[in-house]
Design a protein. Sequence first.
Length: 207
Amino acid sequence: RMLCAAAAERNKEPILTVLRDCVDPGRQLSALEVSSGSGQHVVHFAQALPNVSWQPSDIEQTSLDSIEAYRALLKLHNVKPAIHLDASQGWESWGGIQPESFHLVININMIHISPLACTEGLFKGAGRILKPHGLLLTYGPYSVNGLITPQSNIDFDQSLKSRNPEWGIKDTSLLSALAEENGMFLERVVDMPANNKCLLFRKESMV
């Protein structure tokens, strides 16, 4: 039941380094992970950032089972039971989550392997459930101004689209526009190993 994704093992520490930069260790914070997959990320982050209360989620029952297996093994008090969450559906269906209830929403390696409706739903949802000044962190491969680099990412994009025409690497300008439609802005882009990026979107406070 406990899944182990090689990519998650490789990237969990580099992503944690970015998170440490964003998270005040002295404050009690709440975080939602949309599309948690195996659960490797959320338990890694929870062990390193004990001041953050983590809510994992996924659409697949096998992933929800895996997250629960990691929770049972590690007995982490700051990881809540995983909830079923379909990012393509309205945030109102996200397991009873309330508006402005999270400081942080994270989403790792979902955007390029899901239909655009999932990304649109993620940004709409984050715009509503983040507290003012809250942060949406996404990680994965992205194109910049329509340009995919290097060649390995061009090949990856083509293989994704051959598997499902609705999949594929998305552009940072598209995501920036989606953020702005939902009360956020692209604050920072962090280059990551293996030609990936972390995108940090900040929710603006009401004037």
